[in-house]
Ligand binder design. Structure first.
Ligand SMILES: NC(=O)c1ccc[n+]([C@@H]2O[C@H](COP(=O)([O-])OP(=O)(O)OC[C@H]3O[C@@H](n4cnc5c(N)ncnc54)[C@H](O)[C@@H]3O)[C@@H](O)[C@H]2O)c1
Ligand SMILES: [Zn+2]
Length: 404
């Protein structure tokens, strides 16, 4: 039997990898912890409304790569949009961008995270955006860019290696792509799963602060009590804002907003029209309209209404329209000009906001806000399709897929 040198090398590699229990090349790996299976399980969206757990060979870890054992990943509204309509045309795709897990293999060139913090096997990380045009992200750059225009793991085209989304048991963070990531070993699992949506609100509040109107003693309306509005309340409360009224039509969500820092609530179903509702807000603020309002619904009617809650000279932040949700009607004279309103829009976040989010999560915990209760349901990876159906039913808040 003729065996070439290349074949011998392949056989030796295979035997060595079986001995170490890894199944992946080890030459460029500086650390290894525990046995790693030879296959990775990845949940792929294979057709509209169908997530399938597939098995692929465990990827090789290059000198600039990180192999992560996934602990959990939240389902985002964007994932639900992909599941229902595939607006980005990515099918088949490994979804999941709100994920976190433990480093199990580290390429030898990877020594620091995107904030300059040391990383080792065993550390817990989250990924942030992938900069195609600027792979040299350092702490000094953290302010530079909004994530818009960049890629994220979990919304990348399938590339043959497959492990590029967080609904999986392993994900390969690829150095060559210009990935950014953070060592968040000092946060508990639930906090780590919530980092990405929380960064959206840290960014929105930073945008709001740029108006100069949002202050410690401001009266603030947060309209919409889905995960986004609820986290908005928690960020404001953690910052020290004391006077927050939430607006929604869902009594359970309104009630939960009080646990996260709302002082009072307005259920729009108790009012007949926006003028009446604005009077409700005014009376709950003791005869004043809001100094500032956050619009956290994807409803055009919600956008039209938000102006009526704000006093002359006040401000508002519109962040409810991550995607095009249609046009909204306003009265430019009454709503903007004669009110001398200051409006900011907010979309996703910067790298800097990620770093701030870690401090927010610790601060929220320190003042006893039950942030982890935002995760209402956890499904094992094997039940990822059920998890997506639960998210689509909108009967919980944040739905997470966790390691099984
Ligand atoms: N700016 C960003 O970067 C960004 C990021 C993520 C999500 N979003 C957007 O934020 C919005 C909220 O996200 P979510 O996950 O909390 O959604 P969600 O659907 O879970 O929550 C929306 C809430 O708004 C309430 N609501 C709907 N219409 C209302 C109205 N007219 N008045 C008062 N309340 C109303 C609903 O009852 C619900 O509780 C979504 O549209 C989402 O696309 C924006
Ligand atoms: Zn998200």
């Amino acid at each position: 039997m003729d065996i070439s040198n290349q074949q011998i090398e392949a056989i030796v590699k295979q035997v060595l990898s079986n001995l170490s229990g890894t199944g992946a090349a080890t030459s460029s790996v500086s650390h290894a912890s525990g046995p790693i299976p030879s296959k990775a399980r990845v949940a792929m969206l294979t057709e509209l409304g169908k997530m399938e757990v597939k098995e692929f060979p465990m990827p090789e870890v290059g000198d600039d790569d990180i192999l992560v054992k996934v602990e959990g990943c939240g389902i985002c509204g964007t994932d639900s949009h992909e599941y229902k309509r595939d607006p980005f045309g990515l099918i088949p795709v490994a979804l999941g961008h709100e994920g976190t897990g433990e480093i199990v293999k580290l390429g030898k060139n990877v020594t620091k995270d995107s904030a300059g913090k040391d990383v080792h096997v065993g550390d817990k990380i989250v990924t942030c955006m992938i900069f195609k045009d600027n792979p040299d992200i350092t702490m000094f750059d953290l302010n530079k860019k909004n994530v818009g225009g960049a890629d994220v793991y979990g919304l990348l085209p399938d590339d043959g290696v497959h492990t590029n989304g967080w609904f999986a048991d392993y994900i390969l963070v690829r150095g060559a792509l210009g990935s950014t990531f953070f060592n968040v070993s000092d946060l508990d699992l639930d906090s780590r799963i919530l980092i990405e949506p929380c960064a959206v609100l840290v960014h929105a509040v930073e945008r709001a602060k740029s108006t100069g109107i949002l202050k410690f003693n401001s009266r603030v309306v947060v309209q919409g009590c889905g995960p986004i509005g609820l986290i908005c309340v928690a960020v404001l409360k953690t910052m020290g804002v004391q006077n927050i009224i939430t607006v929604d039509g869902n009594p359970a969500r309104l009630e939960f907003s009080k646990k996260l820092g709302a002082t009072d609530t307005v259920n729009f179903k108790d009012y007949s029209g926006i003028e009446d509702m604005a009077k409700g807000v005014e009376s709950k603020f003791g005869g004043h309209l809001a100094d500032f309002a956050f619009q956290c619904t994807g409803s055009p009617a919600g956008h039209s209404n938000i102006y009526k809650f704000v006093r002359n000279g006040g401000g508002l932040c519109e962040l409810g329209f991550f995607i095009n949700g249609g046009d909204a009607t306003i009265n430019p004279h009454f709503d903007i000009c004669s009110k001398e309103l200051t409006i900011v829009g907010s979309w996703v976040y910067t790298l800097r906001d990620y770093a701030t989010t870690f401090d927010f999560l610790k601060g929220a915990k320190a003042i006893g806000l039950p942030i982890s209760e935002l995760i209402t349901d956890k499904y094992p990876l094997s039940q990822v399709d059920e998890a997506f159906k639960k998210a689509a039913a909108q009967t919980g808040l944040k739905i997470a897929v966790v390691a099984d």
